[in-house]
Design a protein around this ligand. Structure first.
Ligand code: CA
Length: 185
């Protein structure tokens, strides 16, 4: 199966390097750009499965890029995860209203970012299903291609709604871990 191609548009070299390293380790193919103009060029070279887009770029606001893509039938359906140093609520709302699919504020947790990226790609292209096509949490395994759920190696029957709920829980496993770690709960 082909690997997921991620286009990173980020002008901070340290952040770009960190993102690239984490994504390569997770088995993704990475193309990187440091300006909006370079981002457009990369798009023409190869259609990414996901774009990680910074907002504050040397030649403009990432929101502009988002708007342009959403108006272009060739790129309209590519999921965009916006990454930004601006954490104000109104900035997040603006990003999402103008066509981003998800939004994360720096400094971000890499595991959470990867989980959210997987979620976006999976929703958009289920056949790519996060590389392995399987998600696991403790004894529970979901086989996304076969739409099968295994508990300790045994297949269990689930309704379509239960399947979707379980998928959401497993996609958000970094949060589950956070909650587990909270002793006051
Ligand atoms: Ca920036």
């Amino acid at each position: 199966m082909r690997k997921i191609l991620v286009l990173i548009i980020e002008d901070d070299p340290a952040c770009c390097e960190l993102l690239t390293a984490a994504m390569l380790e997770a088995g993704r193919v990475v193309h990187a750009a440091t300006t909006l103009a370079e981002g457009y060029k990369e798009l023409e070279k190869a259609r990414p499965d996901l774009i990680v887009l910074d907002r504050g770029l040397p030649d403009g606001d990432g929101v502009k890029f988002c708007l342009t893509l959403r108006k272009d039938s060739r790129y309209r359906t590519i999921p965009i995860l916006m990454l930004t140093g601006r954490g104000e609520v109104e900035d997040r709302i603006l990003g999402l209203r103008l066509g981003a699919d998800d939004y994360m504020v720096k400094p971000f947790d890499m595991e959470e970012l990867l989980a959210r990226m997987d979620g976006l790609v999976r929703r958009n292209q289920p056949e790519l299903a996060g590389g392995s096509g399987r998600m696991q949490f403790k004894g529970i395994v979901m086989d996304l291609r076969g739409r099968q759920v295994l508990a300790n190696g045994e297949e269990i029957k689930v309704s379509p709604r239960e399947y979707e709920l379980l998928r959401i829980f497993l996609e958000n496993r970094p949060y589950i871990r956070c909650l587990n770690g909270r002793r006051d709960l």
